[in-house]
Design a protein around this ligand. Structure first.
Ligand code: PMP
Ligand code: GLN
Length: 381
């Protein structure tokens, strides 16, 4: 393994899911739903397979139907206009979009500012590009970004802000004011911005503001999303980038040599998913809002300090009130103790002490599963 990837050995999600399988525990660690997305969308994938659509290499930027559906979705929800021919790129999930953006836009030695705790692929993608990550730490209980600290973190080497809102793992959602202030700073300091918006439809309190919609941002922002979270098909790995033609061309150059293209038949299905009526998106959010309440209330009753997320399907907790100090041994022991898997947030920090006593639970599970997990946790705490 080269030096760039040292310390990026294996992702915490794979480790914790393997632990869940080994112990038969309820997996509230890795964020994936325990029910699949809409039947009509699955049927669309089957139809595409049967009809021989997408079984051979699809076009490099993605099939035209999906690129058009992405632009219609951006128009419907945010009033944004993109050219499906030049301003959209289909990727193998948001993960590839993030990696390709880092590889395409960074020079070795560039600095990238990102919210800490980081979603784990950020650190690895920045490292693979030979760049340096600079954390902007979000601190409990509110996990709001410190905009003065952001200003101070920008140096002549800063090339890019890699932002995630709704934020995994804290559930923080940028307010319109925060987003506007960050955008103004990006314009003032002439920075590129890459926004990971995979939880765009999971905002319970507040509203999702795409940074690319703000003044001065249209030509400096790479906006990323994915079908994994919004349509509950994390295994399909269909994501997309929307940006100016110049930025899309850059990211496409990198994507071209990572995967060349992304899985064809699923692209037809995701095009249909993006065209689902508004009611789908509302119901999806309201369903998860109810699940947030089940798990959030249950964790509080079990004695955890709960930081109520404004978005995403994760809840970050503090275990200090349980007489525990360190989330890592706590999470390693939890499956044995009570048959539940969670993720220690410390692994998402450069400075593990910053999140030492924090533990993340996923609530994208059926209500009875969440209730059973809560019962088990109450028995153990
Ligand atoms: N970004 C964040 C913040 C995530 O939580 C995830 C996990 N779904 C991803 C990106 C990766 O998305 P995908 O599965 O589409 O690659
Ligand atoms: N995004 C999911 C999470 O945060 C998992 C993604 C992954 O396993 N790479 O748990």
């Amino acid at each position: 393994l080269n030096r760039r990837l040292e310390g990026h050995g294996s992702t915490i999600f794979a480790e914790m899911s393997a632990l869940a399988v080994r112990t038969g525990a309820i997996n509230l660690g890795q964020g994936f739903p325990d029910t699949d997305g809409p039947e009509s969308v699955r049927e669309a994938a089957v139809r595409a397979l049967r009809d021989g659509r997408g079984n051979q290499y699809p076009p490099g930027p993605g099939i035209p139907e999906l690129r058009t559906a992405v632009t219609e979705h951006q128009q419907r929800f945010y009033g944004l206009n993109f050219d499906p021919d030049t301003e959209v790129l289909v990727t193998a999930g948001a993960t590839e979009a993030i990696a390709a953006s880092m590889l395409a836009l960074l020079e070795p030695g560039d600095e990238v500012i990102a919210f800490e705790p980081f979603y784990d692929s950020y650190a690895a993608s920045i490292a693979m590009a030979g760049a340096t990550r600079v954390p902007l730490t979000l601190r409990a209980p509110g996990f709001r970004p410190d905009l003065e600290a952001l200003r101070d973190a920008i140096t002549p080497r800063t090339r890019l802000l890699l932002l995630n809102s709704p934020h995994n793992p804290t559930g923080m959602v940028l307010t319109q004011e925060e987003a506007t202030a960050i955008a103004a700073l990006a314009v003032e300091r002439d920075l590129l911005v890459v926004t990971d918006e995979v939880y765009e439809h999971l905002v319970f309190d507040g509203e999702h503001t795409p940074l690319i919609s703000l003044p001065g941002m249209r030509d400096r922002t790479v906006s990323i999303s994915s079908s994994g979270k919004t349509f509950s098909f994390t295994g399909w790995k269909v994501g997309w980038v929307t940006a100016s033609a110049a930025l899309v061309a850059a990211v496409r150059t990198a994507k071209q040599y990572l995967t060349y293209v992304s899985a064809g038949p699923f692209q037809y299905a995701v095009a249909e998913a993006l065209r689902l009526p508004d009611g789908y998106f509302t119901e999806f959010r309201e369903d998860l809002r109810a699940k947030r309440a089940i798990l959030g209330d249950g964790l509080a009753e079990a004695g955890f300090q709960v930081f109520r997320p404004q978005g995403t399907y994760f809840i970050t907790t503090d275990i200090t009130a349980l007489g525990e100090k360190d989330g890592i041994p706590f999470c390693l022991g939890l499956p044995e103790r009570c048959g539940v898997v969670a993720v220690p947030t410390a692994v998402f920090y450069d400075d593990p002490d910053a999140g030492r006593s924090h533990v993340r639970f996923a609530f994208c599970k059926q209500p009875n599963v969440l209730a059973e997990a809560v019962t088990r946790l109450k028995g153990a705490t």
